[in-house]
Design a binder for this molecule. Structure first.
Ligand code: DX5
Ligand code: ZN
Length: 216
């Protein structure tokens, strides 16, 4: 069975203290550090790029799960690899040749992830699933933290899990204690959460609850 991996989204953290926020999350039991890269083109918001990942790499050994919500992701593979990213996740909707991109990401020594937006059917992933290290099923429209979880996206997770029992399936957007069970039942095992972790009174308890729900 695939194990739970909890990935706090640093988008909800304090960007002026990113390194400390990363260490805080790892200390509370996080497995991955989810870094949301937005270009103001693929999504209507701007966040961070490879230079920040590079600076952060000097301060943490944590797994940097980079989610690129950008047009032309091919353009950034070398920069993110050189910066020390562990996983490069691109959007299916943003590339013409996923196979070549996955190859390039692997050649550069990173793990490869592919993300799909809520309206993109999941079967687009199937031809590439064997080569991918992770598939990200978005549970909100990408671009902003703090949106409501879309339960209808769980059909895609169920479908994917039925076909690929060992695949890391990540869900991202609106995940919280009140819907983690739905995501777990559908077969998701990598849980991204920004607001529900960072705004909690006890973020460590939220991380533990997510893990327990996925693993039991
Ligand atoms: C949204 C990002 C998410 C976001 C999640 O486009 O990909 O990673 O930070 O934030 P919450 O958990 O607040 O929905
Ligand atoms: Zn994300």
């Amino acid at each position: 069975m695939v194990k739970a991996k909890i990935a706090p989204s640093l988008l909800s953290g304090d960007f002026a203290h990113l390194a400390e926020e990363c260490e805080r999350m790892l200390g509370l039991g996080a497995d991955y550090l989810h870094m949301d890269v937005m270009d103001g083109h693929f999504v209507p918001n701007l966040t961070l790029g490879a230079p920040i990942i590079k600076s952060l790499r000097k301060h943490t050994t944590g797994f940097l799960d980079c989610h690129l919500m950008v047009s032309h992701p091919e353009q950034w593979v070398d920069d993110f690899a050189d910066a020390g990213a562990d996983l490069f996740c691109f959007h299916y909707e943003a590339t013409k040749d996923p196979k070549a991109l996955i190859q390039r990401i692997h050649n550069k020594g990173m793990k490869a992830g592919m993300a799909v937006k809520p309206n993109t059917p999941i079967d687009v992933v199937y031809p590439f699933a064997e080569e991918l290290d992770q598939v990200l099923v978005m549970t909100v429209e990408p671009g902003f933290g703090g949106q409501a979880f879309m339960p209808e996206c769980m059909d895609k997770v169920r479908d994917l899990r039925a076909r690929f029992s060992q695949l890391d399936i990540e869900v991202d957007g609106g995940l919280a204690p009140d819907n983690i069970e739905i995501a777990a039942k559908a077969g998701a095992n990598v849980i991204v959460a920004g607001s529900s972790i960072f705004k909690a009174k006890s973020p460590g308890d939220v991380i533990s609850l997510f893990r327990k729900t996925i693993d039991e």
